[in-house]
Ligand binder design. Structure first.
Ligand SMILES: Cc1ncc(COP(=O)(O)O)c(C=O)c1O
Length: 387
């Protein structure tokens, strides 16, 4: 029985998968079971931030595996403390909670927002504004938060208390941000929604209204964070820092980790027994995370990411079939003139290139360590496919 047959026999069919069995990888190159190589412009949906098996990352992870792989959150470990110290130093947040995924990081943010408001104002101020076309995860609460009707099926009843506002519609925001609201949650660049950045005016208005009403801002930087946009947080592009920021995907370089960062205002909201996770803060994930932070937390590394993304964007813009580019840094959405993104992504597999889609666009989330040579090679393939 082939791997694909065996897999399909025993694993639930909740994904549309490509017929590729990846076996190993090194840096930006993935290798399938037949030895075929692929340049990776997707990094496991923005997760292998340092590529496959980066040397330093491997050393740090393997050393951790040999010392302590897990303990309960009844005890402390040094690697967790080191990671949290470094991440809060880089981001300027007061403290953080450890989870294992983007959805969990957002669940934590939702709980903090509701408890912050309950502690201060009592019941009745539990609503959270999220944006139309957002994506916040697959748990029931984060699905309910997600502002896309296609996700609001089958699993009724959904979690109540989420109100959708149209992205970039200031009037809609003003009308819905009433006394029942405890937080506004948003992605600076909607990733799954099609790599669509918010407008500065709209972001300004969110922060202004929230400050006036003591409503918390929650930036979901699960996809945009950890250097993806060539700044550590995408909020830096907008000159903003939310009360709460969530991170996951690239934070530990391919080991499950989700983080909920809190500013001074809400850093003490969670008290013993109010939230937890068995695996949260897993030492192996923290070791991988430290390797990522050493790179992505370094300004000169981020400057290189910026230069490479400028180079990549310029080359893609020059392709005839490309209608427009969206996103910031190495989070790239490509709107095509005539071809279908899904067809291009599928055809790219035959040519040895891993791409992603986001709605109608081709989406690129290459490892932050991508080289100029790999950019050239990958774009040459894309250019050929778009002819
Ligand atoms: C912005 C955003 N938030 C949350 C999530 C959910 O993350 P996870 O799949 O790790 O739960 C995603 C995943 O694509 C995301 O892009």
């Amino acid at each position: 029985m082939s791997t694909i047959e065996k897999f399909n026999e025993h694993v639930m069919h909740s994904y549309g998968r490509y017929d590729v069995v990846l076996e190993k990888g090194k840096d930006r190159i993935a290798v399938d079971e037949n030895g075929k190589e692929y340049i990776d412009f997707g990094s496991g949906i923005g997760t292998n931030s340092l590529g496959y098996c980066n040397d330093k990352w491997v050393d740090m992870v393997c050393n951790q595996v040999k010392s302590i792989q897990h303990t309960s959150n009844y005890y402390y470990t040094k690697v967790q403390a080191d990671f949290a110290e470094k991440l809060t130093a880089i981001t300027g947040y007061k403290n953080m909670f450890f989870g294992n995924s983007g959805a969990e990081a957002n669940e934590c943010a939702i709980k903090i927002a509701r408890k912050y408001s309950f502690d201060k104002y009592g019941k009745g101020r539990h609503n959270i504004i999220t944006l139309v076309n957002s994506f916040h995860g697959r748990t029931l609460a984060t699905l309910s938060a997600t502002g896309q009707e296609v996700f609001h099926n089958y699993f009724f009843p959904f979690v109540e208390g989420f109100i959708n506002v149209e992205a970039n519609n200031i009037e809609d925001l003003r009308a819905k941000l009433d006394d029942t609201v405890c937080a506004v949650m948003f992605e600076y660049i909607q990733g799954e929604g099609g790599v669509c950045a918010l407008e500065q005016d709209f972001v300004d208005e969110i922060y202004k209204l929230c400050a006036e009403k003591d409503v918390l801002t929650i930036a979901d930087e699960v996809q945009t964070g950890v250097g993806r946009t060539s700044k550590f947080l995408a909020g830096d592009w907008f000159g903003k820092k939310a009360d709460i920021t969530t991170l996951a995907k690239g934070i530990a370089g391919g080991i499950p980790m989700g983080v909920c960062l809190a500013g001074e205002k809400c850093a003490q909201v969670l008290t013993p027994g109010t939230h937890g996770s068995t695996f949260g803060g897993n030492p192996i994930a923290c070791a991988g995370g430290l390797a990522v932070l050493e790179k992505a937390g370094d300004e000169s590394f981020l400057a290189e990411v910026r230069e490479k993304s400028d180079y990549l964007r310029k080359k893609i813009s020059a392709i005839d079939e490309v209608a427009s580019l969206s996103g910031i840094g190495l989070m790239v959405g490509i709107e095509l003139k005539n071809k279908k993104a899904a067809d291009v992504v599928k055809a790219a597999l035959d040519e040895g290139l891993l791409l992603l889609t986001a709605k109608t666009k081709v989406r690129l989330l290459p490892p932050l360590t991508i080289s100029y040579e790999e950019i050239d090679k990958g774009i040459a393939i894309l250019e050929k496919l778009l002819k």
